[in-house]
Ligand binder design. Structure first.
Ligand code: GLP
Length: 240
């Protein structure tokens, strides 16, 4: 696992967008694993700029998003479906049929999860997966646990995640469950890029980089991946 430390979130976004651009130039029909949260927003802005100036195109790209809340309408302002369209898809030349976001309202969550994993396999697997990290070390919504998860599944969110993400929701309306790609689905990606900024992520980054590989810190599993890179700022790196 490679770790690169930057001064600012802008520098991280530029470096991360460059990695994705190289991938799209090398393989225009790449399969991208995408993430939500505050961390990737600047990277998406850079990718939009590169698409608008003709450096890259999403016209043959397929995307699979890491996760989605359960029990939240797809067009809710806080759904990851809305997030991805407002922060990337509406501004690039991607075909809507090539966008895959889990349906957190599916009547049969297990079937939705299995169909999602099958669609990733059918697309040829994820070429490059973008990740953020939760303050508790979660990736996607793989929360700290006794064992690493396998494929996509429905998860009960931890109090720590509910606390971190509640800032986006009014009153007590934050969903308590989500669908997420499992650790094994994430680890099957050919390349993984994790971005993290700010002091709030320092403990999680310390456990990921310097700790043992343990499902108590789900991101620590990236040490077992042959092509994983962490792009982090000085604040997130302050305990290393
Ligand atoms: C959410 C998402 C994760 C994301 C994490 C960190 O819980 N499910 O995929 O990595 O938050 O978000 P942020 O980048 O906003 O700190």
């Amino acid at each position: 696992m490679e770790v690169k430390i930057f001064n600012t979130a802008e520098e991280i976004a530029a470096a991360c967008a460059e990695i994705f651009a190289e991938q799209l130039i090398k393989k225009p029909d790449s399969v991208l694993g995408l993430a939500t949260g505050a961390s990737p927003v600047k990277t998406y802005n850079e990718l939009i700029k590169k698409c608008k100036n003709g450096e890259i195109s999403f016209s043959q790209v397929k995307t699979f998003n890491l996760d989605e809340y359960c029990d939240l309408p797809r067009d809710d302002k806080n759904s990851y479906y809305t997030f991805m369209h407002e922060n990337l898809f509406n501004y690039v030349d991607i075909k809507e049929e090539n966008v895959h976001i889990l349906d957190g309202n599916a009547a049969d969550a297990d079937k939705e999860a299995a169909d999602f994993d099958a669609a990733i396999d059918e697309a040829g697997g994820i070429d490059i997966q973008l990740l953020g990290i939760g303050t508790n070390g979660h990736i996607g919504f793989n929360e700290p646990s006794d064992s690493f998860s396998d494929g996509t599944f429905k998860v009960k969110l931890t109090d720590s995640t509910i606390k971190s993400n509640s800032i986006y929701f009014e009153n007590d309306s934050m969903p308590r469950f989500a669908l997420t790609m499992g650790i094994n689905s994430i680890m099957k990606a050919k390349k993984i890029v994790l971005i993290a900024t700010g002091e709030a992520k320092a403990d999680a980054i310390k456990a990921t980089v310097d700790g043992e590989v343990t499902p108590i810190c789900p991101a620590s599993v990236l040490k077992n991946h042959s092509d994983a890179i962490l792009l982090i700022d000085k604040e997130a790196a302050k305990l290393l």
